[in-house]
Write a protein that binds this ligand. Structure first.
Ligand code: NAD
Length: 466
């Protein structure tokens, strides 16, 4: 078994204790991760603070070059990283490869970005220059659903902007981040990039640590609230990418078979454990029955199994607590008397497998509609009027993404513009780009990730008057 170590101050180190990491498809142990102690955290924050002035003053072109070296490192080790990602996260290997190779593209794109600077000379001859400067030590806290990509999305722009970084993966999926730390240990000067894994105490210790200047966090809305309150003590800068309950609105003029297939993947890819998965699918009354039939057919023909098996379309749920939560929601849906069009029974383990479940037009206040299931469970909902469906789609505490499906793109865009979400896809779903700002409205988040705006989140403004 590989010996995983923390990356701290340029060195790979052990922690006195370790914790087990399991494969969600088999429930077998696939690795042991170091459990960072409060002392090691303090040492790492101190090292990252010490490395900050040198990295900040490193010319941006040299920083770009290091991020490009990181991209090459990921590319050269892509197959190993993808297999490890499948083993710890559960998703099919093809998707794991996409996630890892997507990070190569992400790093290369971010490495080309610039920090804006503007200068104005006023009538009195005073020069006003405004530039963007890095913040200090950034804590990057990552969830278990896209453990590799979400770490890279944070560390690449934070480093380009001149910050030093401590990456903290989820205790359920720490291995790819630890392996990246190992592979990249020599790419950055000591203390610039650090990777610390640990149990439930490590996240709160990071967000409360006075040496951290900024927290960039992706995870659930409930944890996001805790992060925000903990960060308040030292007024840390914050980016929070939180939960979603995305609506997909399917108009009556679509190619039903095609859209049903597309939305099946939009809802069930990564076994529904995607913040921007289609989680409430509103289908026009005129095509509801036809759509439901095609959607269920797609669900019933999708092969479920271990991600390492190349035939697998749907892997397991990533961890036991999430598996229990989804099972509880399925049970509550049965108890409330809502009808399943497919799924709704969960086989015995080993492995956290839940067959895709589709619920037939439950009421708007059903738990399966209001909550984010974050698993392979989705309701289909009938609608008949545009105003009605927009109101229902917006009746959510979340505001992450949404999609509109119609042969009439202008009509779809007009409907999409009325959705109270950070991203709207027209005849598409889950498409993201390193140059496109990604932000959650309402309780889906605070701040922005990706794009020029996402890069600026890792900076402060400095206006120089001369
Ligand atoms: P989570 O909130 O349980 O954990 C996320 C991370 O925070 C983990 O690393 C965890 O160890 C850490 N953490 C836990 N408690 C903490 C605390 N008090 N202080 C600091 N850190 C703490 O989330 P999860 O279950 O790993 O991920 C699933 C959630 O993430 C879903 O709600 C999903 O929608 C959301 N998500 C959002 C986005 C987005 O970009 N908006 C992307 C992916 C996932």
């Amino acid at each position: 078994m590989h010996h995983y170590r923390l990356l701290s101050n340029g060195r790979l180190i052990d922690a006195p204790l370790i914790f087990k990491v399991i494969d969600p498809a088999t429930e077998e142990i696939i690795g042991n991760a170091p459990d960072c102690t409060p002392g090691l955290l303090d040492d790492t924050v101190t090292a990252a603070q010490a490395a900050f002035p040198g990295w900040r003053e490193t010319p941006i072109d040299a920083r770009r070059e290091r991020i490009e070296a990181l991209a090459n490192c990921i590319k050269n080790n892509a197959e190993e990283l993808a297999r490890l990602l499948t083993a710890e996260q559960g998703r099919p290997l093809a998707l794991a490869r996409q996630e890892v190779l997507g990070c190569v593209h992400w790093c290369r794109t971010i490495a080309k970005m610039d920090l804006p600077e503007s200068t104005r000379i006023d009538k009195a001859g005073v020069t006003w220059t405004t530039r963007r400067v890095p913040l200090g030590v950034v804590a990057a806290i990552v969830p278990w659903n896209f453990p590799f990509a979400l770490a890279v999305w944070k560390l690449a722009p934070a480093l380009l902007a001149g910050n030093t970084v401590i990456v903290k993966p989820s205790p359920f999926t720490p291995l790819t981040a630890l392996r990246l730390g190992e592979l990249a240990a020599d790419i950055f000067p000591a203390g610039v990039l650090n990777v610390l894994s640990g149990g439930d105490a490590l996240g709160p210790a990071l967000t409360a640590h006075p040496g951290i200047a900024k927290v960039t966090f992706t995870g659930s809305t409930a944890t996001g609230r805790r992060v925000m309150s903990s960060a308040a003590a030292t007024l840390k800068r914050l980016t929070l990418e939180l939960g979603g309950n995305d609506a997909a609105i399917v108009m009556p003029d679509v190619d039903v078979a095609k859209v049903a297939r597309r939305l099946f993947m939009g809802a069930f890819m990564n076994s529904g454990q995607v913040c921007i998965a289609a989680k409430r699918i509103y289908v026009h009354d005129a095509i509801y029955d036809q759509f439901a039939k095609a959607f269920v057919a797609a669900a019933e023909s999708a092969t479920m199994g271990p991600g390492a098996d190349e035939r697998t379309v749907l892997g397991p749920v990533q961890n036991r607590p999430q598996y229990e939560r989804v099972k509880d929601l399925i049970e509550a849906t049965h108890k409330a008397g809502h009808r399943f069009l497919t799924g709704g029974a969960v086989p015995e383990g080993p492995g956290f497998f839940i067959p895709p479940a589709v619920v037939d037009n439950p009421p708007d206040d059903a738990r399966v509609v209001v909550e984010e299931p974050f698993g392979p469970l989705v309701p289909l909902l009938r609608f008949s009027e545009v105003d009605e469906v927009v109101r229902r789609a917006n009746a959510s505490e979340f505001g992450l993404g949404g999609s509109v499906w119609s042969a009439d793109v202008e009509q779809a865009k007009a409907i999409g513009a009325r959705l109270e979400t950070g991203t709207v896809w027209i005849n598409n779903v889950q498409l993201l780009d390193p140059l496109a700002p990604f932000a959650g409205r309402k309780q889906s988040g605070v701040g922005v990730e990706n794009g020029a705006e996402g890069l600026l989140e890792f900076t402060a403004i400095q206006t120089m008057v001369a």
